[in-house]
Design a protein around this ligand. Structure first.
Ligand code: 13P
Length: 249
């Protein structure tokens, strides 16, 4: 199975001109590595631009509303994304949890809205530093709880469409990624949980948090890791080129 690289541009770059250039440079680089699939989660205002719409199959939203429509200034719905040709959206990112107070209940509603609109959620889960310090066994319990709380109400046939991401909060925007052996162990555990509780035989689970051109080889060497969600490295064209080149498996 091909590994998946999801670029999370977050609130970057600053202008549509830069965004068009970043997208086309990223796709050129990606076209040279046939062993990976690629998605770019770009800022919402860029998704409607003609240069982006043309490449909608490579695009993802960074968020969706938990609501269908209505008086919710500043929000946008999963249906709106779908109407632009977008088929994926990140849900449950730790930055949304921290700065926009999203909890498991809200995230579960967002997943529901994604499915109603035909969007595949890219669902992020992961522990804080405090939990990680207590050891991997506790992290496993935490991840199991997070998964169960978020997807318990989701129809089983739809759960297989979710792209899961193990993204430890402490590794986002950090100096170093998690060590790939630990991530692989935790991702394996997530996969067993998904199998045990939801009957999912082969869920896709990515790793996120300080992925770059220097550590991607080691991360991709871990079989259970089906891909990565990359922040900073995806908006720096030089680093992104290195990441994609070293992502050959
Ligand atoms: P960094 O790759 O910059 O650590 O960001 C990770 C992330 O939040 C991806 O969603």
């Amino acid at each position: 199975m091909k590994k998946l690289i999801v670029a999370n541009w977050k609130m970057n770059p600053e202008t549509i001109a830069e965004a068009r250039s970043l997208l086309s440079r990223s796709l050129t680089v990606i076209s040279k590595n046939k062993s990976i699939d690629f998605l770019a989660a770009v800022p919402t205002p860029y998704l409607g631009d003609a240069a982006f719409k043309k490449r909608a199959k490579y695009l993802a939203g960074q968020n969706v509303s938990w609501a269908e429509n209505g008086a919710l200034t500043g929000e946008f719905s999963a249906k709106m994304l779908y109407s632009l040709g977008v088929k994926y959206a990140i849900v449950g990112h730790s930055e949304r949890r921290e700065y926009f107070f999203e909890n498991e209940e809200i995230i579960a509603k967002k997943i529901q809205k994604c499915f109603e609109a035909g969007i595949r959620p890219i669902l992020c889960v992961g522990e804080s530093t405090a939990i990680r310090r207590k050891g991997l066994d506790l992290v496993k319990i935490y991840l199991k709880d997070q998964l169960r709380q978020i997807i318990a109400g989701t129809e089983h046939s739809l759960i297989s469409k979710i792209v899961f991401v193990y993204e430890p909060v402490w590794a986002v925007g950090a100096e170093e990624a998690d060590d790939p052996e630990s991530s692989a162990e935790l991702i394996n555990h997530m996969k067993s949980t998904l199998k045990e509780f939801f009957g999912l035989p082969k869920p896709k689970v990515l790793y996120g948090g300080s992925v770059d051109g220097s550590n991607i080889r080691e991360i991709f060497a871990q079989k259970p890791i089906d891909g990565v969600l990359a922040g900073r490295a995806s908006i720096d064209p030089g680093e992104f080129a290195k990441l994609v080149k070293n992502a050959k498996i």
